[in-house]
Design a protein around this ligand. Structure first.
Ligand SMILES: Cc1cc2nc3c(=O)[nH]c(=O)nc-3n(C[C@H](O)[C@H](O)[C@H](O)COP(=O)(O)OP(=O)(O)OC[C@H]3O[C@@H](n4cnc5c(N)ncnc54)[C@H](O)[C@@H]3O)c2cc1C
Ligand code: SF4
Length: 329
């Protein structure tokens, strides 16, 4: 049996003081961390319960929306301002897990959830993320759900969050706090590619607490969607997902946002495709060509090469649908 201390933080300062101790981990809804402890993959010496903190959703002075890290996934998806101004985010959250899990899970915990690579959860397998230097059994093993973009020889895992993909597309910013102050991290820089250190998954420093995620005013309402392709219609992680926003005027792409999920160690903002599309024609040929530009660097493994064509089709079809909606309007 692994013993650990548990402390419910009364406020953020108390959480930061407790979280700075060696072996301490923040506890959100526990829907991922407690599973990992039960499987003996994670062994925190102390859990600092932050579920009562940062539970508000507020309008920012600049016209955006600040969602506290302690807001439950269900509450974030159901908030009227999120649904009306950032429907992409609401759709992404509702595409994840089950209602029961979303009722427990927090925004901060969703960002920090760990990969679903089966070898990571199996302590008899070799895994560089769990034991740096041990090797990676997914490389030559069952790798249907693994990465096609930005992977390394050390790790080919994907990040499982749907919410984070929408946040990356929306140019959201995470606020993180430590005892010596706060800083902002753009969502696109929050998660890291594996490189030689797959155990380092985010830009968070030891003891830092995520306190909020801020959305800018532009939410692509009415011009965006989140689509998730998976093995089952519900209760499954993405094989490939796409958060997309598109503005078309007179047949020309004025603005576009694309972020892919299920394809990399982080939400994959498709910046090359976006650059190829902006100012160009809103046609199927242009959408497909842009998708191919983005996926030119994709590499398939034994079981997941299908994701390359799947991602191309998903981008093309989704942009076609968004463009058609605007033509009708
Ligand atoms: C069966 C099942 C199916 C699922 N399907 C999906 C899915 O399809 N899509 C999807 O996106 N997710 C899915 N999930 C994952 C679920 O969304 C996550 O488990 C959940 O979002 C984690 O949130 P939590 O608050 O419970 O985090 P916890 O489990 O409490 O914590 C997760 C991690 O975050 C850290 N942490 C928590 N809060 C903070 C904070 N404020 N600052 C810094 N670190 C923090 C913890 O220390 C821990 O490392 C599924 C989960 C299960 C069990
Ligand atoms: S892909 Fe990453 S998480 Fe999975 S076994 Fe390899 S090193 Fe571990």
């Amino acid at each position: 049996m692994n013993t650990f201390l548990y402390e419910r933080a009364a406020d953020t300062q108390a959480a930061l003081a407790a979280g700075a101790r060696a072996g301490a981990r923040y506890l959100g809804g526990g829907t991922n961390l407690v599973d990992l402890m039960r499987e003996t993959i994670e062994h925190p010496e102390m859990l600092v319960d932050v579920t009562g903190l940062s539970v508000g959703i507020e309008q920012t002075e600049g016209g955006g929306l600040r969602i506290g890290a302690g807001v439950k996934n269900t509450a974030a998806a159901a908030d009227r301002r999120v649904r009306e101004r950032y429907p992409l985010l609401s759709q992404a959250i509702l595409a994840g897990a089950s209602a029961q899990i979303r009722n427990m899970a927090t925004v901060g915990g969703n960002l920090l959830q760990r990969t679903r690579c089966a070898y990571f959860y199996d302590d008899a397998a070799r895994c560089n993320k769990r034991s740096p230097g041990a090797g990676c059994d997914a490389l030559g093993g069952f790798n249907r759900i693994h990465a096609i973009l930005g992977a390394s020889d050390a790790c080919v895992a994907t990040h499982p969050s749907d919410m984070a993909v929408a946040l990356a597309a929306l140019d959201a910013v995470a606020t993180v706090e430590a005892q010596n102050g706060a800083r902002d991290i753009p969502l696109v820089d929050f998660h890291l590619l594996p490189g030689d250190t797959p155990q380092v998954e985010t830009a968070l420093r030891p003891g830092e607490l995520v306190t909020a995620v801020t959305l800018p005013p532009e939410g692509f309402a009415g011009r965006s969607t989140y689509r998730k392709v998976r093995d089952r219609a519900s209760y499954a992680f993405a094989l490939v997902s796409l958060a997309a926003g598109l503005s078309v005027e007179d047949g020309t792409v004025k603005d576009v946002r694309l972020a892919l999920g299920g394809v990399a160690h982080k939400p994959w903002r498709a910046t090359q495709a976006e650059a190829a599309l902006k100012g160009g024609p809103a046609t199927e040929a242009a959408f497909r060509a842009a998708a191919r530009v983005e996926l030119a660097g994709a590499r398939g493994l034994r079981d997941n090469a299908f994701k390359i064509e799947l991602a191309e089709r998903l981008i093309t079809d989704t942009l076609m649908r968004l463009a058609a909606t605007q033509e009708m309007a």
